[in-house]
Design a protein around this ligand. Structure first.
Ligand SMILES: Nc1ncnc2c1ncn2[C@@H]1O[C@H](COP(=O)(O)OP(=O)(O)OP(=O)(O)O)[C@@H](O)[C@H]1O
Ligand SMILES: [Mg+2]
Length: 242
């Protein structure tokens, strides 16, 4: 499997939330490592509930081995490895780290910084496939469209769009499919996610039976190529949690 990257136009759309929960869901199918490739504002470890002593940056400056910076987490039924980051400006060598991880794990998932500066583009270029997280709002769709143009330009394969914080906006699914490309996942807006951030625990482990956790699982199945039909639902279904 390839190295997959989770990116976005606008910040705060849910890349880290998706990265953590999706990597957990994907770990049902093989060995997975989630890499905090957002070296500007790294916080993937926070959602996994730990404070790292050693990080990717220690590996990049030669202060630690890759093995020392990888945290093996056993969260309920999930077994997942995480390579955390701390805020830094050094990004050289990141590509080599990803290639090494690619030779060890079935799947490497990278949480990438928002936007289109060097700290976003460099990790994006190191991925084999990129997924775009966006919210069902015009401005977010526009920003994602701009990033999609850049993805096409740098020649990395586009895996699809992930619409996060969905509250039944079927119109947004149609627009994203028309302007950006296929929608590979719909993740609802969920209070359980806010709580999960407060607790430092992924929602897929905290509430595996919740609709939102099911949606992460379906997204994981689509990403590994299973034929799971996407069913955009309207506001009523969202509100009634049907
Ligand atoms: N599906 C959701 N339902 C409800 N709240 C959500 C959802 N996804 C994300 N959030 C909220 O949005 C906040 C930002 O999410 P997250 O940190 O994952 O975004 P991000 O794109 O990684 O941000 P940044 O660009 O700063 O890295 C979270 O703290 C969480 O409370
Ligand atoms: Mg983030």
């Amino acid at each position: 499997m390839p190295v997959i990257g989770i990116c976005s136009g606008k910040g705060g759309v849910g890349k880290t939330t998706v990265s953590a929960n999706l990597s957990a869901s994907l770990s049902n199918f093989g060995s997975v490592i989630a890499v905090d490739g957002d070296i500007v504002l790294p916080n993937l470890h926070a959602l996994f509930g730990f404070e790292p002593a050693t990080t990717l940056q220690d590996v990049l400056i030669g202060k630690a081995s890759l093995r020392d910076a990888i945290y093996h987490l056993r969260i309920k039924d999930f077994s997942i490895d995480v390579l955390p980051s701390r805020s830094s400006e050094k990004i050289d060598g990141f590509d080599d780290v990803l290639r090494e991880l690619d030779s060890i794990y079935d799947l490497v998932l990278v949480d990438i910084a928002a936007g289109l500066n060097v700290y976003a583009i460099t990790p994006m270029m190191s991925c084999d496939k990129l997924y775009l997280v966006l919210n069902p709002e015009e401005t977010s769709i526009m920003d994602a469209w701009r990033v999609k143009k850049v993805i096409d330009k740098i020649g990395v394969e586009f895996g699809g769009a992930i619409i996060n914080r969905y509250r039944g906006e079927k119109w947004a699914v149609a627009i994203v499919e028309k302007r950006i490309g296929s929608v590979v996942g719909i993740i609802r807006d969920s209070r359980a996610i806010k709580k999960s951030w407060e607790k430092g625990q992924i929602v897929t482990a905290l509430k595996p039976e919740a609709k939102v956790s099911e949606e992460f699982y379906e997204l994981a199945r689509r990403i590994i190529g299973e034929n799971v039909k996407l069913k955009p639902y309207g506001k009523l279904k969202y509100l009634l949690r049907l």
